[in-house]
Design a protein around this ligand. Structure first.
Ligand SMILES: [Zn+2]
Length: 426
């Protein structure tokens, strides 16, 4: 099937400076065939999309999620991370049934699509139900079963089994990673086992790293090392990694992180809300480390809207450095697209709009009061827009949302289900 998009203002996210121009996009099945001014309109296609008044850009990439945590939106909020997890979240998580994980994940997926995210990177338990929700909603995703020290053999076996079933499923949209929860919640043997499993499955590892100062203190007192050093000594960086947070990293840690494959997922709203700290994104990027953006789970971030994350990421760096030019709107857009793709090792597939890439793109309505005038399109996208400005979403060449209506997906049904679960458990 061939699709021709015409009259779009295309922000292709290719290169070091913004490239915005009126162009057409020709798509063959799920692959971008051509992005060019005035593609011959007589070309034979099955579908034509007129993108007048729309800015078309690559779909956003959310590099750190716990999709099934949507049920915890606003639940026992205003606590520090470990207090919140141990006293509010873990007791309820123990009662989650597989069907609950499906519906909670489904809600997060719909919320992501409606705010312009086309790919996410998830870690949680009950991963098979999360994969089902991802499959049913049409997203592209990397999914991992979050392994801690308890029942480790079962979880390793489950990851192995689900990798066999789901890796490269859905036309290659679903990829399976291995996940160890965090240096302070996994003993060295657990982490080593996860690294071996990632090597065996020829995949990557998703892990939280240096999210709070308390974790760093724990690791220091247990092993007399910083957590980045600790992971390095366990040979974690032999495999591609997604390191969620990376707030407490020293100059010597940066020397280690410079060599990793993958990168860091920066979750600015979660870090603010839990008072965890500020990731020095400017310094890390200056050292050539890939930084993607992530929301974390809804309980700690409140929404899955990546536009909110972009805005917060920009403001945090400007305050942290006391220098407004330390990070530009285009830098932030790169983190939400092509740099996020690099963090997931998917830069050859997604993250820009250019021939040969997967047709994952979002259509943003620009003739709105809060985006007028468009003196600087990138600044408008980062500082003035929000997820509700995303009008249509295409993933893998298929339109999933059109004119803000989800095609074939029932928003009311999922809200009914999640409300029922919340009533039962919270
Ligand atoms: Zn997390």
């Amino acid at each position: 099937m061939r699709t021709l998009i015409t009259n779009a203002y295309v922000l292709d996210m290719v290169g070091d400076v913004p490239n915005i121009d009126k162009k057409d996009i020709l798509i063959n099945d799920n692959i971008i065939e051509k992005v060019d001014k005035d593609i011959d309109k007589s070309v034979e296609v099955d579908e034509r999309i007129n993108a007048k008044n729309m800015l078309v850009m690559p779909g956003l990439i959310n590099t750190h999620t716990h999709l099934a945590m949507s049920i915890f939106r606003g639940y026992k909020t205003d606590k520090k991370l470990m207090d919140w997890l141990e006293n509010a979240i873990f007791p309820v998580e123990d009662k989650l049934k597989p069907e609950d994980i499906y519906w909670n994940s489904y809600l997060s997926c719909l919320e992501m699509i409606k705010s312009g995210t086309t790919t996410c990177n998830d870690m949680y338990f009950g991963m098979n139900k999360t994969v089902e929700a991802i499959r049913d909603t049409g997203l592209r995703a990397v999914v991992a079963w979050c392994i801690k020290d308890d029942s480790i053999k079962d979880k390793v076996e489950q990851t192995r089994e689900y990798a066999k079933i789901y890796n490269n499923d859905e036309n290659g949209k679903i990829k399976i990673y291995v996940s160890a929860d965090a240096p302070h919640t996994c003993n060295p043997d657990t982490i080593k086992l996860c690294v071996d499993l990632a090597k065996e499955l020829n995949t990557g590892l998703h892990i939280h790293l240096a999210e709070t100062i308390d974790e760093e203190t724990k690791i220091k007192s247990r092993y007399n090392k910083r957590s980045t050093e600790y992971l390095n000594d366990l040979e974690v960086f032999d495999v591609p990694v997604v390191l969620a947070h990376g707030i407490y990293v020293s100059d010597s840690d940066i020397e280690i992180l410079k060599k990793i494959k993958g990168g860091i997922s920066h979750n600015p709203i979660s870090n603010c809300k839990l008072s965890s700290g500020i990731c020095d994104v400017v310094k890390l990027r200056k050292n050539g480390i890939n930084i993607g953006l992530g929301t974390d789970g809804i309980g700690s971030t409140t929404t899955m809207d990546m536009f909110e994350e972009m805005k917060t990421a920009a403001y945090l760096q400007k305050v942290n450095t006391m220098e407004p030019s330390s990070i530009s709107a285009y830098d932030i857009l790169k983190m939400a697209t092509i740099e996020g793709a690099k963090v997931l090792g998917m830069e050859n597939e997604i993250g820009t709009l250019e021939p040969g890439k997967k047709a994952d793109m979002i259509f943003i309505k620009t003739d709105k009061l809060h985006m007028c005038p468009a003196n600087d399109v990138c600044a408008n996208l980062v500082y003035s827009s929000n997820g509700a400005d995303v009008e249509s979403v295409m993933i893998d060449g298929k339109v999933i949302m059109q004119n803000r209506k989800m095609l074939n997906l029932d928003e009311k049904q999922v809200m009914r289900q999640v409300k029922k679960i919340a009533k039962r458990l919270l």
